[in-house]
Design a protein around this ligand. Structure first.
Ligand code: PLP
Length: 348
């Protein structure tokens, strides 16, 4: 891999010594039990995957306390975001998202030539009021990442309930919970109570974050049976690979590993938030596996980015997301977090 000088590999910087803090991956990788299951089943690469994914759906249904016909598994939650837009939003209809959020919502709206309305943030927080005010009779989907990427903030159970009470049933609200496992805030929405009460809610989950399977592309959605039925009938067959299925099944078994990653992330998050704040950086309280640092000017942001890059630490500039004065830093292993702090304390 090191010898491969294609721009892809250079950009992704898998070389040793590089700290990958730009993509919100799990710095501990996948569980050893997952790697073991993949190796044991490596000969299955020549076999078509289970089309229905019965075992995985059953496991996910049990874990999430729903029925398996309320679950759809997809090759990453990005694929599900794409399918939701292509399937649910017609030509003259629109989707509404916060201005600073996961970029794939607007990318997929663009792919399908659908109008994507972006609601202004309030001091970098999502304003559910602004989202509501952008909706009209042509709005079909609202995407809300919770925790939000790239800001790391959440909205609470009561905030989302108040919001859902105002939203007409014809508009589907997608609660993208790719980072839900990292949340420690007790007021985080209870997806199950929400799903029971509102027919127009779709929950998205991912194996890319806490389970460390970003490279295998697997995620899932939870919604009422008719919604899932329609998505199932209209999905690309065999799109979730045999190995991804095997890996996800093994990942769900290793609860201790997930627990370890949650604890480590919380420790790293506290360290980065506290120390960066103490150094005078402006930082939002994060509930994800990354932190959001914002600056008075783009020039100051660029200075910090350059210092980190010089030290082989890659963090995310957020222009494509819609902000030029902030950085998103993925939380790494303790050693990596300390290196980031060391670099930035010399700078201040
Ligand atoms: C909010 C949010 N949703 C979904 C995803 C993508 O998940 P997946 O890798 O399952 O497509 C990400 C990845 O960064 C994300 O930040």
């Amino acid at each position: 891999m090191k010898d491969n000088k294609s721009p892809l590999y250079v950009n992704l910087a898998y070389e040793s010594g590089v700290i990958r803090s730009a993509q919100n991956e799990n710095p501990y990788g996948a569980s050893p039990r997952v790697l073991d299951a993949i190796l044991k089943n490596i000969n299955c690469v020549s076999l078509y995957p289970d089309f229905i994914l019965t075992e995985l759906k059953d496991k996910l249904a049990k874990k999430n306390r729903v029925t398996s016909d309320e679950i759809i598994v997809s090759p990453g939650s990005c694929a599900l975001i794409d399918q939701l837009i292509s399937r649910m939003v017609k030509d003259n209809e629109n989707i509404v998202i916060p201005k600073l959020t996961f970029i794939v919502y607007k990318l997929c709206a663009g792919i399908h030539n659908r109008e994507c309305r972006q609601a202004a943030m309030q001091n970098y927080y999502i304003s559910l009021n602004n989202i509501f005010n952008l909706c009209d009779r042509k709005t079909k989907l609202i995407f809300l990442a919770n925790p939000n990427n790239p800001t790391g903030t959440i909205f609470t159970h009561s905030q989302i309930i108040n919001f859902l009470n105002k939203i007409p049933e014809e508009i589907f609200v997608v609660l993208d919970e790719a980072y839900n496992e990292y949340v420690s805030d007790k007021d985080f929405p209870n997806y199950l109570a929400i799903l029971k009460q509102y027919k127009n809610v779709i929950i998205l989950r991912s194996f890319s974050k806490i389970y460390g399977l970003a490279g295998l592309r697997i995620g899932y959605g939870i919604a009422q049976k008719p919604v899932i039925e329609d998505l199932e009938k209209n999905k690309v067959p065999f799109s979730v690979s045999t190995i991804s299925n095997i890996a996800a099944l093994a990942a769900l078994e290793d609860k201790a590993y997930v627990h370890k990653c949650v604890i480590k992330n919380a420790q790293g998050r506290e360290l980065l938030v506290n120390c960066l704040s103490a150094l005078g950086y402006k930082i939002l309280p994060s509930q994800g596996n990354f932190v959001f640092v914002y600056f008075p000017t783009t020039v100051e942001r660029d200075k910090v980015h350059a210092i980190l890059l010089k030290n082989k630490i890659i963090v995310r500039k957020l222009e494509p997301f819609g902000d030029s004065k902030s950085l998103r830093i993925s939380i790494g292993k303790t050693h990596d977090n300390r290196k980031i702090l060391d670099c930035l304390s010399v700078h201040t």
